[in-house]
Design a protein around this ligand. Structure first.
Ligand code: NAD
Length: 369
């Protein structure tokens, strides 16, 4: 099958990490016989330089015509003094809303070779963890009614969710659990919040449609504690916008470097056999301090490509091949500078962005999956 992918290289280290990830995508195409057409799109600071706006109309129209979009990072000091509607980061919000993505998927995986990067003790981490946080992205308290009283002495924000919003994010969680270890934990504050009780009510109905997935529920304060007490207990966590915002940052800290972590934002499932639109990006920013030096870690972007293969194209074997290739390269001792800081052993070999991309691509080509 042919897939059309929008490529937003963006600013700072964006073009470098995306370049490395595209080499890996090419290796996937060659190894598994797929064609990936690439549509280069301008967004962020480079788009401001070229056209005066962070997200040109043309970018939006062409992105919508793609099957999925891969984004490096946008922003940098050059554009920091512009008024807020002209800031590069506007491009991210604009793209999310134009592509109608409402589910943010953030994995937190501790890879064995990077054990040293995890701040938790050995007895807590055990054999490692592999968590996927599914966060609702377009509703809840960040988008609910907010304001101040007339006298300015009080302010309010509103947590507001419709059954439809809850149902669709839960379905994303259950479908993801089916591609993983078949466990889903709904995280809320149902002992206090009426909106959380609605989440539980909707979940009772939806979970019946997924009898193969084991469901549980946990209060958010307990979950924040359990993530550092026994992270291995979680598979998929589904939660609201604000709880997901906080928990995904907590979970990402458990895995070490910011350069390692991918993310996906996905929308309505495509028709049977058709791709699901998604926006895939590493969680880091444009890192202006290291841009242009060929030292940025491209693994977060490469793992974002693996998420694209799995969640937009349903190419699970191919996604696994990329993830295993990353693990093998790390096991062999290859590191970019950011992940070599934790423990330099005699087998550690430090490489740049391009070389790391080439090593992973080579492993994908050798894959026997
Ligand atoms: P940042 O993530 O760019 O950098 C934070 C620190 O992590 C820096 O020291 C950087 O060198 C390091 N780092 C980040 N990615 C790395 C990688 N792949 N390999 C090695 N080291 C890495 O965050 P920041 O400094 O707060 O923001 C810089 C710019 O990026 C700002 O303009 C900000 O608005 C923008 N930003 C963009 C996005 C996005 O495009 N999604 C996200 C966050 C920040």
């Amino acid at each position: 099958m042919n897939y059309r992918i929008g490529i937003v290289r963006g600013d700072g280290i964006g073009p470098e990490v995306v370049g490395a990830a595209l080499g890996v995508l090419e290796a996937v195409g060659a190894r598994f016989g797929h064609a990936f057409a690439k549509e280069e799109l301008l967004a962020g600071g480079c788009a401001i330089d070229a056209s005066g706006e962070p997200l040109p109309e043309e970018t939006v129209a062409r992105a919508k015509a793609c099957d999925a979009v891969l984004l490096g990072a946008v922003g940098g000091p050059k554009w920091d003094t512009l008024p807020s509607h002209l800031r590069p980061e506007k491009a991210l919000l604009g793209l999310r809303s134009a592509l109608r993505v409402y589910a943010n998927l953030r994995p937190a995986v501790l890879l064995a070779p990077l054990r040293e990067a995890c701040p938790l003790k050995d007895e807590i981490v055990g054999s490692g963890f592999d968590i996927l946080i599914v966060r609702e992205l377009t509703g809840g308290i960040y988008f609910g009614k907010s304001g101040r009283t007339e006298d300015g002495q009080a302010a309010f924000d509103t947590e507001f969710y419709t059954r439809k919003e809850i149902e669709r994010i839960l379905r994303v969680g259950y479908e993801a659990a089916r591609k993983r270890r078949l466990r889903l934990c709904l995280v809320d504050k149902a002992n206090i919040l009426e909106s959380s009780r609605l989440w539980r009510e909707v979940n009772a109905r939806i979970s019946a449609e997924y009898p193969d997935v084991e469901t549980s529920a946990m209060y958010v304060d307990n979950c924040a504690m359990q993530l550092v007490r026994a992270p291995g207990q979680f598979d998929v966590i589904v939660t609201s916008n604000m709880f997901g915002d906080i928990l995904s940052d907590e979970a990402s800290m458990l895995t070490g470097s910011i350069g390692m972590l991918p993310s996906a934002s996905i929308g309505e499932p495509g028709a049977p056999g058709k791709p699901t639109m998604g926006l895939y990006e590493p969680i880091h920013g444009s890192a202006p301090d290291i841009a242009g030096k060929d030292i940025a870690n491209p693994l977060g972007t490469i793992l974002s490509v693996a998420m694209m293969l799995r969640y937009s194209f349903n190419l699970n074997k191919e996604a696994e091949a990329v993830e295993q290739a990353v693990a093998r390269v790390l096991e062999a001792g290859w590191r970019t500078a950011d992940i070599a800081l934790h423990k330099v052993e005699s087998t550690t070999r430090i490489v740049g962005t391009k070389e790391m991309g080439r090593l992973v691509a080579k492993e994908v080509q050798r894959s026997r999956i």
